[in-house]
Design a protein around this ligand. Structure first.
Ligand code: NDP
Length: 498
């Protein structure tokens, strides 16, 4: 039991908040103030084991396995209603936890019920199919729950990212163990109270908090886990995939990005400038979708960049809870230092720092983790600031002249998560969208996301989809059943059947 005077969160296993096996708790820091505002259990392998056992037991319990698909759908809709009623609390929690703007978290969590309602709709709509084999066989396909899903999520939109995984998994009859980021656990734990009130049976969703080293690794290695659904950094994803390969456990990986945002000479330059700002400065650039590489056609280079800089000159940095704030702090101190390191690296590599480039520490912002929106020009494809994910408000701007040149440069990246294209030429829009190595391409928009649309990257940005029917099917295993309908004597046992 924690002895702090701060609010304290325990882990959630088998429908109850319980203390971790070892009496360890971590401070969670509000990035706008730099101060601890709650403590969360720092669990370990024994707690993971307990949670996975609870999830395995729930998987076959009458309370869960006995529900009809329609009843599962109704249950998820009740969760959606509960989330709608507490949307403001969840928005506040997340803003205090990761520094995301309250206007952004209000929009995100005002929409949270849509995620749950969407997946609720799938609960009774995934059937099998009959395969037209020849002969006397009936051959059909069954979509079955995979089993226990380990859902590992990062800190930049924890409740939202966890919801995509949990709701899709539950719609298909799986059970879940969630591992939040150690710096943003409160929102996901509060969500468990809503699931409980909605009537989600014990053990169906469990949450084990703590570090990646203690909880994440134990969860990935646990023999009772049947699928690992991970969102996070590429190097962590690689480590998880290697570990999972030892047990041949499937993994869904939603990883990092270094996404190109391309503005052609026929673009609406005001919309493109807004799209660039939305791509890299919204959420302080802490989005997997960050449009951190901007390619500007020579003919509109100055016009677009002037518009971006003009808008950014009046940008309101400050308290993420204030309605007028446009950029808040980055999520934690070590992350701020990492971003500042990249800004130094960019300068050392010879790029021109033409905007921002510093920690902002005047007045009230001194104790928080604020980084000024930063723009580098005269950047080359070889520089680390063009190749590596910074996950902060740092933009690399590159000139181009031809379609061929910009497609080559945009695709010259280890990542392939998303891309933006700004043009008013419809032929060009589709032509470029088809050539880009990105799981999602936005034309004349950026940061458009919906649970209805599949999302997932190519190359080092991961594999597998979240959202849409494809995301739902990821949460199932496909079984083929052959039934011989004939009463005739068995055919030659030495010849393959068909
Ligand atoms: P990390 O990869 O560091 O962490 C993600 C989660 O994995 C955390 O819960 C972390 O725990 C846990 N973890 C860390 N090490 C291990 C391990 N060895 N085994 C199992 N779990 C582990 O990412 P960040 O939290 O820093 O998040 C930022 C990254 O997430 C960026 O690269 C971003 O692009 C990506 N992301 C991708 C999205 C997508 O949909 N493609 C969406 C949002 C973000 P802990 O933090 O407690 O140590």
């Amino acid at each position: 039991m924690s002895t702090t005077t701060l609010p304290t969160y325990d882990i959630f296993i088998d429908g109850e908040f319980v203390s971790p096996a070892e009496d360890r708790y971590l401070d969670s820091i509000n990035p706008a103030t730099g101060k601890a505002w709650y403590q969360v259990a720092s669990a370990g392998a024994a707690d993971v084991d307990r949670a996975v056992r609870a999830a395995r037991a729930a998987l076959v319990s009458p309370a869960w396995a006995g529900l009809t698909p329609s009843a599962r759908g109704r249950l998820l809709r009740r969760v959606a209603d509960g989330l709608a009623a507490r949307a403001e609390d969840l928005a506040m929690l997340e803003t205090n936890d990761n520094g995301k703007l309250i206007r952004d978290t209000r929009a995100l969590y005002g929409n949270l019920p849509i995620i749950w309602e969407y997946f609720a709709g799938w609960a009774d709509k995934v059937g099998g199919e009959v395969v037209p084999t020849v002969g006397t066989n009936l051959t059909y396909l069954r979509r079955e729950p995979i089993g226990v899903v380990a859902a590992i999520v990062p800190w930049n939109a924890p409740i939202n990212l966890a919801s995509h995984k949990i709701a899709a998994a539950l719609a298909m009859g799986n059970t879940v163990v969630v591992k939040p980021s150690e710096i943003t656990s409160a929102g996901i734990l509060e969500m468990m109270k809503i699931l409980d009130e909605a009537g989600v049976p014990r053990g169906v969703v469990n949450v084990v908090t703590g570090t990646g080293a203690d909880v994440g690794q134990a969860l990935v290695a646990h023999p009772g886990v049947d699928l690992i659904a991970f969102t996070g950094g590429t190097s962590t994803g690689t480590a998880i995939a290697k570990k999972a390969a030892e047990r041949h456990v499937p993994v869904l990986l939603e990883l990092g990005g270094k996404s190109p945002n391309i503005v052609f000479d026929d673009a609406n330059t005001s919309n493109a400038a807004n799209g660039i700002i939305s791509g890299i400065f919204a959420a302080g650039g802490q989005a997997c979708t960050a449009g951190s590489r901007v390619y500007l056609h020579n003919a509109v280079y100055d016009e677009v960049l002037d518009k971006v800089k003009e808008r950014m000159s009046g940008i309101r940095l400050g308290d993420p809870l204030a309605a007028e704030t446009e950029i808040g702090p980055v999520a934690y101190e070590a992350h701020m230092n990492r971003i500042l390191d990249y800004i130094r690296i960019g300068q050392e590599e010879g790029a021109d720092l033409t905007f921002g480039g510093n920690r902002v520490s005047e007045g009230d912002l001194a104790s928080g983790f604020y980084v000024a929106p930063t723009i580098f020009e005269n950047v080359t494809s070889e520089m680390r600031i063009t190749r590596e994910e910074i996950f902060g408000p740092v933009l690399s701007v590159i000139r181009f002249d031809t379609e061929e040149e910009v497609v080559r440069q945009a695709n010259d990246s280890a990542f392939g998560l998303v891309a933006g294209v700004w043009t008013q030429n419809v032929n060009r829009a589709h032509r470029i969208a088809h050539q880009l190595d990105a799981g999602t391409v936005w034309v004349n928009t950026y940061r458009a996301l919906s649970p209805l649309a599949p999302f997932g990257g190519f190359k080092s940005s991961g594999h597998g989809k979240e959202g849409g029917e494809y995301g739902v099917l990821e949460m199932t295993r496909l079984k083929t059943v052959w039934v011989n309908l004939s009463e005739a004597p068995t055919a030659d046992p030495f010849v393959i059947q068909k």
